[in-house]
Write a protein that binds this ligand. Structure first.
Ligand SMILES: O=C(O)CCC(=O)C(=O)O
Length: 348
């Protein structure tokens, strides 16, 4: 068996899958059925007249819970530069000083490089390395200076990309608030006022993709996520007991709702499970941009989504408590197609 070290991508070659990555038979990525293969994510053109864009975003969000957005305003050059420089970061040797300095298992560090996932999976390993970057808003040079800048230009592109991608997220939130009858600035305060977190995910070629996953089935814990999926497929979305393989559209972001949006809307907008599969040939790099609430933001179902047919379905929590609860519940048992946010919240 080969030593993968703390990072998967810095081990020169993987002739076989190390045992810690081999999933139990009931957790293996099942082949998705023909029915699921035929389903594609809705694509929303954000340059449509506002009324139409508002309807399309809401319909797409209620449909599968994942959709792609095009004509969103982030220039294609920024998206390509972000992809290329992030791929370049993962091509650097692990000994490169900026990269070596980021290597850490300490979840409290805002910027770090690590392998696996951020919540407890009981020792099960996943075939992913991740560069996590915290971007507090408004951006502050003292924080920016802590981000990696090798390859040269990486720091500047992270800044540009994050500002622009956050604006798209805020615009989608505005369309959703208008579409669901909330005031247009409903999401402009603390609920979207925390750090923007970037997960630069890197999935090296995997010697046995049938026996491993890049990321386990999970729902995002934040408010809304925009994914730059990269040019290699790998994202799969839970739908009707099956998995849809996402085929990214050119220059699109893949958008999904975090659990805080599900809570606020009392289940109208669902946070949907997704996972990352790997392949044996090509490395894949994706960038997830998470718009987060502030740590002390109190989040519960808004009264406008509560009525006789739809009583309160979620508890109200301080966001930092929610994150703590999520980190300690036994996710091993619930990380499957039936993960249910209400059950997770009850396990405190
Ligand atoms: O890489 C992907 O396609 C999925 C990313 C993701 O789910 C995450 O970073 O939480």
């Amino acid at each position: 068996m080969e030593n993968t070290g703390p990072l998967i991508h810095s081990t020169p070659s993987h002739a076989s899958l190390p045992a810690a990555f081999v999933l139990a038979a009931d957790k293996l990525p099942p082949a998705s059925t023909a029915a699921a293969a035929a389903v594609s994510l809705p694509v929303v053109d954000l340059s449509l007249p506002r009324d139409e864009a508002r309807r399309a975003v809401l319909a797409a969000g209620k449909d599968i819970g994942f959709f792609q957005v095009v004509n969103h305003g982030v220039p294609a050059e920024t998206m390509r530069a972000m992809e290329e420089l992030c791929e370049g970061f993962f091509r650097l040797p692990a000994s490169e000083p900026g990269k070596a300095a980021l290597l850490s298992e300490d979840k409290k560090k805002p910027n770090r490089l690590f392998s696996g996932v951020t919540y407890d999976t009981g020792g099960q390993k996943y075939w992913r390395d991740c560069l996590r970057i915290a971007c507090p808003f408004p951006l502050d040079p003292s924080m920016i200076n802590q981000w990696p800048d090798n390859p040269l230009g990486l720091r500047a592109v992270i800044e540009k990309f994050t500002v622009q991608t956050r604006s798209v997220g805020m615009e989608i939130l505005k369309l959703l608030s208008e579409g669901t009858g909330l005031q247009p600035d409903y999401f402009c305060g603390d609920i979207a006022g925390g750090d923007v977190i970037l997960n630069v995910n890197h999935y090296p070629p995997c010697p046995n993709p049938e026996k491993a996953l890049g990321q386990p089935p999970h729902c995002d814990r934040n408010l809304i996520t925009l994914l730059l999926p990269g040019s290699v497929n790998g994202l799969e979305v839970a739908c009707n007991g099956d998995w849809i393989k996402v085929n990214p559209v050119d220059n699109a972001f893949v958008v999904n709702f975090g659990q805080q949006l599900e809570v606020v809307t009392n289940g109208l907008l669902k946070s949907v499970e997704h996972r990352a599969v790997t392949n044996s040939v090509k490395a894949r790099t994706s960038v997830a941009t998470f718009i987060m609430p502030t740590e002390d933001c109190v989040i519960g179902p808004d009264e406008r989504f509560v009525n006789e047919e739809n009583p309160v379905g979620y508890r109200t929590t301080v966001f930092s408590d929610f994150m703590r609860i999520y980190n300690v519940v036994n996710l091993g048992a619930s990380l499957n197609l039936t993960t249910n946010l209400k059950d997770v919240q009850k396990e405190v």
